[in-house]
Design a binder for this molecule. Structure first.
Ligand code: ZN
Length: 273
């Protein structure tokens, strides 16, 4: 699943690699997928995109936005585009393929579920996008400690840290994937309740959000995800599926995993109080 680090990395790669390329052919649902979501009838995508040129790309939250003349194409969640040079073989199964006039292409193959929304420029009224665009990125200066405190203050006293940070798009692009290492660095347990936290804890959380996400971006995204060129990110998480059952690098306790709040949490039972 794309989260903030990957959307930043991939949109930058799109700017460097795809801007200026003209679209020759668009194919949707070559291999239909139940959880591949489009914003309009899939038949209309070719009509609206073919003959047009990629102009820019940006990201907000976990979403990638690509400007293609008068249209805007969005990738999110399990929809991550992959680039193929002119002489490379394309995968047989994909839910979107865009071929350019130099015979290079991108394909999207959905992992779990994913969105590939298309709108005329400025007409994306999807609440998921609007909220993500309105709120400051945790990596921007506008995401101040005061702003973070206000955000958290609006959460019920019994809400857990996972609930506060990684649900309802309170911090767009910060999902369950990035959350685990953030909380490891903040030394706080994902189930810890809002009402038990003090000013020092809030500061630990705030610093861990900014530092961990920045570190993930600087290393080209997380190793659990692939970039535009199919390369795994260079940030190897401390807490994820592969480290469950191994020793915590800080205290040697066994790293645990359990289901919680739609998805699982991975944590060190000793370091994270
Ligand atoms: Zn530990």
């Amino acid at each position: 699943m794309i989260e903030l680090p990957e959307s930043m990395v991939v949109s930058k790669q799109i700017r460097q690699c795809l801007v200026g390329k003209k679209i020759e052919k668009v194919i949707l649902n070559a291999s239909p997928h139940k959880f591949a979501f489009f914003s309009m009838d899939a038949d209309r995508y070719p009509m609206l995109l073919e003959g047009k040129t990629v102009r820019n790309s940006g990201s907000f939250g976990g979403q990638i936005e690509v400007e293609i003349d008068d249209m805007q194409l969005y990738f999110s969640d399990g929809a991550s585009p992959r680039y193929f040079a002119p002489n490379e073989t394309l995968p047989l199964k994909h839910q979107m393929m865009i071929r350019f006039d130099d015979q290079s292409a991108i394909t999207v193959t959905i992992a779990m579920y994913g969105m590939m929304y298309l709108y005329p420029k400025g007409e994306n009224k999807n609440p998921y996008t609007i909220i993500a665009k309105e709120k400051p990125s945790p990596l921007n200066d506008a995401f101040t400690f005061d702003y973070f405190n206000e955000l958290i203050a609006s959460c019920p006293p019994t809400m857990s840290i996972k609930g506060m940070l990684a649900t309802e798009q309170r911090i767009p692009g910060l999902g369950n994937g990035c959350l685990q290492d953030i909380l490891f660095h903040a030394k706080l347990h994902p189930k810890r309740k809002h009402e038990t936290l003090n000013e020092t804890h809030f500061r630990q959380l705030y610093d861990a959000i900014k530092e961990t996400l920045q570190n993930m971006v600087d290393r080209g995204g997380r190793a659990t995800e692939k970039d535009l060129f199919g390369k795994e990110g260079g940030y190897v998480p401390t807490l994820y599926a592969k480290t469950v059952g191994t020793s915590c690098p800080a205290c040697s306790a066994t790293i645990l995993k359990e289901p919680y709040l739609g998805g699982s949490i991975t944590f060190c039972p000793r370091c994270q109080k």
